[in-house]
Design a protein around this ligand. Sequence first.
Ligand code: AHR
Length: 496
Amino acid sequence: LFAQQTTVVINSTSGTTINKNIYGHFAEHLGRCIYGGFYVGDTSKTIPNTDGVRNDIIDALKKLKIPNLRWPGGCFADTYHWKDGVGPKDKRPTIVNKWWGGVTEDNSFGTHNFLNMCELLGAEPYLTGNVGSGSPQEMADWVQYVNFEGKSPMSDWRKQNGREQPWKVKFWGIGNEAWGCGGNMRPEYYADEFRRFATFMTDWGNTGGLMRIASGASDADYNWTETLMKNIPVDMLGGLGVHHYSIIDWGHKSSATDFTEDQYFATMKSALQMDELVTKHAAIMDKYDPKKKVAMIVDEWGGWYDVEPGTNPGFLYQQNTMRDAMIAGVTLNIFNNHADRVRMANLAQCINVLQAVILTDKEKMILTPTYHVMEMYNVHQDAALLPVTVKTNDYSLNNQKLPAVSVSASKDKSGLVHISLVNIDAHKAQNINVDISSLKLSNVTGRILTSSKLQNYNSFDEPDKIKPAVFNDASIKANTLNVKLPPFSVVVLELK
Ligand code: AHR
């Protein structure tokens, strides 16, 4: 069953680069993301690891080309005192994770573990400091501890704890969700707090300039963005966050795997809202920062459902289906197409939490459909954005409509063009004609991610049920690329 033809025009260049940091991830002290996910303890004999971090996870994330990783929260960040997580492990105090399950942590995974892990992954660390219950001094000390090269109380302490060279951390979040779990602040008050904390976070001259990132708006809270942009000087503000989860209803989130088409449609409606949010927050930023110096950083995004039955409700452990592949595909296309302002994003969250790319069960590990989308899309990292004009069919249900097809395109440094296409329609295939006359290309290959049911997922018994396959339904004739896109599928094409 084919829908009417969709047409796409690919324009030659935009002068905008798709920042690889759009493909970033997020690792909070939450459920089994760090403890029992990334980190299996320094003495695990059953799971191969490097300083306690699982080798299979390191390999999988390197393959993903993970560009950056945000840590330690999330809400946890505004309860975290970094000094409790360095030095001899048997001397470290415990911390009760008040937001996530009330579990007691032993602080065995701290700053050294995280920053060394980022080095293993080849990912830039993005540290979020404690504004809600911390002090400017605590944050300034953290910056000095991880970045200062010479002699100082903090760098001496770092060296004593086994690390001679600084890690040179560039990305710094000044609190998280300051409007909520980060302190329930008003935007006017937070803007002042941001200025105060930012003042004492010294750039020690080896990062190319610290990027100080403000805790951003939730969803459509445009007043938050407006107030911060108005009250924080552009030169002080490296990045401004936005958080948006694809969610049906906070009160009734419903199952991650056992969902109806109505629920699928509602989730996709929420996912596609990202385009409007990014557009409107960007328009406000443009007013105060027309030269686009400040990056928009969507440092939390993804699907949020009920936890898997029988698991701790505070651990946010959920399965990941073809619906999540659709969320990832359309969201990354939105970010690519807004790359002039969106320069970093962090999927929530990397391992075992919310829309994870990896799930673990003791020694077993599986890659989710979302992992595969992120891997297929990594060809866009640091490539030149090719703007697209799309005339798409609607995906209709119960008198409501959503655009069925989403597209983004880029040209990499070697001249290869990549086009990522998503068809969210649950039933109809799309016959797509792409005008590529601006590009002069004649050869196309591709990969597809799809499955027989939207509700399908990879399980520990069937880890490869959903994985990318060769895609043969694309051909080029006289400057027109024709693509036949099956229902609920993600395709990435390579043209030369
Ligand atoms: O990602 C889970 C939580 O969602 C984060 O801790 C918080 O910032 C957001 O509300």
